[in-house]
Design a protein around this ligand. Structure first.
Ligand SMILES: [Cu+2]
Length: 283
């Protein structure tokens, strides 16, 4: 075959090859947008499968960050333009109640993943009691999916419900650190007011005084802790938490409202070894 025939064939082959490799790179479905996460559960209805993920694959009492995908049951593709809300509910013997939960937003930089959080303030010993309802709309059409969920009791007290001296009920939940270190940790805590059985808004501009202690070692404290203050950036409370060694710590707290009135908690003294408001941590 003469060169003038071979050259066009070669070029055409190169062109085809370039096209097909381009196609591979642009295939969004090939990118795993939930890499590093474990599926907790799927909640399905006739049209969609709602996939729930987090780092452990389990709901536990306390603060739970949740990643969500919505799969179209007909096309098996993930919905990119859903607007989603949710309502966790716990059925108790004589009443039902929800818990603190965030709005659900599209995760920045992702096409198919939506994120939010739920705080479960309690659960039954067998993990039963809670259900999760998702209301969502896609292109103006509304859908609903609901199912029971399993919520396991966390080993340590990472969430607490209490009544303040103002007569209001509050929920406090530890958000971070997830992996504590010896040294200064970024402590992050959510504070919510129980306005009703269904409404638990974030509380702004209070102060939470912090006194971490090790009950197993003479109730010693640690240096360079700071009190928790409110941040408008994430609507959570932040402070420096100093942990001088591994083991079991009690984070004693005192909650002050925005006019510095004590709502809950006491100083730790020789005679009062623990505040009535505390969270626990073990590492
Ligand atoms: Cu309950």
């Amino acid at each position: 075959m003469k060169l003038k025939y071979i050259l066009p064939i070669l070029l055409f082959a190169l062109f085809l090859n370039a096209c097909s490799s381009d196609d591979d790179n642009n295939d969004v479905e090939e990118i795993n947008e939930v890499e590093g996460l474990i599926q907790i559960q799927e909640i399905t209805n006739t049209t969609h499968t709602i996939e729930l993920f987090n780092k452990t694959g389990e709901f536990k009492t306390g603060y739970n960050a949740v990643s969500i995908r919505v799969k179209d049951n007909t096309t098996n593709s993930y919905v990119e333009n859903a607007s989603i809300s949710w309502m966790p509910m716990m059925q108790m013997p004589t009443m039902q109640h929800s818990g603190p939960n965030s709005n659900i937003v599209k995760e920045i930089g992702k096409n198919t993943v939506y994120v939010g959080y739920i705080v479960y303030q309690m659960t039954n010993t067998d993990g039963s009691g809670w259900s999760l309802t998702l209301n969502y709309s896609i292109g103006g059409t509304s859908f609903m999916a609901t199912d029971t969920i399993n919520v396991i009791q966390n080993d340590t007290q990472n969430v607490a419900s209490f009544m303040g001296s103002d007569g209001s009920n509050y929920i406090i939940a530890m958000v971070a650190p997830n992996d504590p270190i010896i040294g200064i940790n970024d402590l992050k805590v959510g504070l919510f007011k129980m306005e009703s059985m269904l409404s638990f808004p974030e509380v702004a501009d209070y102060t939470i005084m912090l006194d971490p202690r090790m009950p197993g070692m003479g109730n010693h404290s640690s240096p360079n802790n700071t009190d928790l203050t409110y941040s408008l950036i994430d609507n959570m409370y932040h402070s420096d938490l100093s942990l001088t060694m591994t083991g079991y710590w009690v984070l004693n707290m005192k909650l002050m409202n925005s006019s510095d009135t004590l709502l809950k908690g006491e100083d730790v003294t020789e005679t009062n070894v623990q505040s009535s408001l505390y969270l626990e941590l073990e590492f």
